[in-house]
Design a protein around this ligand. Structure first.
Ligand SMILES: Nc1ncnc2c1ncn2[C@@H]1O[C@H](COP(=O)(O)OP(=O)(O)OP(=O)(O)O)[C@@H](O)[C@H]1O
Ligand SMILES: [Mg+2]
Length: 404
């Protein structure tokens, strides 16, 4: 099946939604290139906002040919000169002009690729066609020369209504029944990234003619789990603390959950007892901090906790476990829940006794409750307890279990 991002990619600039201003600027730059002071435009902005597709859409509209050069090709000066040089010499037979696109220059790293960045700079200087560079983060130092040579054009993250409109078009074409509010909810969670939204939409309507609430919920659940699993993977499988420390940055699961996930899966990854003990020490320190936060609202401890459960745990091992480990959600939550349920009944009974005896629930829990199950063992006494306290069926069940 064809990805919707291809099937519905913009054919002309009007198909690009929510970027009118920058599109006008870019079109102007290309169409009036001979009057421009700069030889290149650097278009930048976060992922999935329409940078690459805008270049093609505008070229399509103007009847231009796009010569796309992969940024990494610039590492090989000869190869690049050949490719771009030829393109510049040959007049296009059919197209009314050419654009040289160097997409995603982010991948070029400073030192190693100094040659590559220089080669791009050179290309900009000599090019007789507009050169368009794209980047998600152009403000890195390594790009300073490219920045000063280029007209800077920003693609803003898309607001959720723009993304909603993009999805709406696809819904119409694919004839998928949907609720607008649900579609907006999907648009909202993409965080300004149209590609992500379209892919999510396609995955949750795959083979269906309808988008349901359940499929959206399932998607969120799946994503949350995937995110936490990849965070665990980063912590457990690396010894590079810089990599580990940001593991939870994009995980939207609360701290308690993070601790529980680590707790559950740590012993499967760290099989060396010494390392395991060290890692658990980190985890228990984090747990202590987390209780302090709750008690005293010391939110600045969050930063220690994060360091402990990421870099701390990562550093507890000498080398990573090479086996593939399947992470599981914690079983402890369920146990806690059961414990709470049990306590709930105990507390309910204590409350009833307190009411009858005009004492405090706290006192009853401490002084009387331990004896109740023992008294309950006596059939007669048991009956009168149930009657006197007007116990509910579930409370009787609890007493039965406790006294068995
Ligand atoms: N503003 C938009 N209007 C309509 N569709 C869009 C828009 N932005 C993105 N899309 C859709 O998302 C897909 C990805 O967009 P595109 O490749 O242009 O993003 P990008 O900004 O180049 O992202 P990256 O930085 O990841 O390369 C496109 O094929 C298109 O379907
Ligand atoms: Mg792109």
């Amino acid at each position: 099946m064809q990805p919707y991002t291809h099937k519905y990619t913009a054919k002309s600039a009007k198909d690009i939604i929510g970027q009118d201003e920058v599109i006008a600027k870019l079109r102007n730059f290309i169409a009036n290139f001979s009057n421009e002071k700069k030889n290149s435009a650097l278009i930048y902005g976060s992922s999935g906002t329409g940078k690459t597709s805008s270049v093609y859409a505008i070229a399509n509209e103007l009847g231009y040919e796009v010569i796309e050069v992969n940024a990494s090709e610039f590492r090989n000066a000869e190869q690049i000169n050949l490719k771009v040089g030829n393109a510049m010499k040959q007049r296009s037979l059919f197209a009314s002009g050419k654009i040289i696109l160097v997409d995603e220059i982010d991948g070029l790293s400073g030192h190693q690729d100094r040659g590559g960045i220089q080669a791009i700079t050179k290309l900009i200087e000599i090019s007789t066609y507009p050169v368009i560079l794209t980047a998600t983060n152009p403000f890195d130092n390594k790009f300073s020369s490219l920045r000063s040579k280029s007209a800077m054009m920003e693609f803003k993250p898309l607001d959720h209504l723009s993304i909603f409109n993009i999805l709406k078009v696809i819904c119409g074409n694919e004839k998928i029944k949907h609720d607008d509010e649900l579609l907006k909810a999907l648009a909202r969670r993409a965080g300004g990234d149209a590609r992500a939204a379209i892919n999510d939409f396609q995955s949750l309507t795959q083979g269906k003619k309808e988008m349901t609430k359940e499929s959206l919920e399932e998607l969120s659940g799946r994503e949350k789990t995937e995110n936490i699993m990849s965070a665990l993977n980063r912590i457990f499988k690396t010894t590079d603390l810089k990599i580990a420390i940001s593991a939870f940055d994009n995980v939207d699961e609360d701290l308690d959950q993070q601790l529980l996930w680590i707790d559950e899966n740590l012993p499967k990854e760290y099989t060396n007892p010494k390392e395991l003990a060290k890692a658990y020490e980190m985890l228990s320190k984090a747990d202590v901090f987390s209780r302090r936060i709750r008690r005293w609202q010391h939110y600045r401890f969050l930063i220690y906790i994060n360091a402990l459960i990421t870099a701390g745990i990562a550093s507890a091992k000498k080398e990573k476990n090479k086996n593939l480990v399947e992470y599981k959600p914690t079983g402890r939550i369920l146990k806690l829940w059961w414990a709470n349920q049990r306590n709930a009944k105990k507390k309910a009974i204590a409350e009833k006794i307190a009411l009858k005896t005009h004492s405090s629930k706290k006192d009853i829990l401490k002084s009387t409750m331990p004896y109740i199950p023992i008294m309950f063992r006596n059939k007669e006494m048991g009956k009168s307890i149930v009657k006197e306290l007007e116990l509910e069926e579930e409370e009787v069940g609890w007493l039965k279990k406790m006294s068995a």
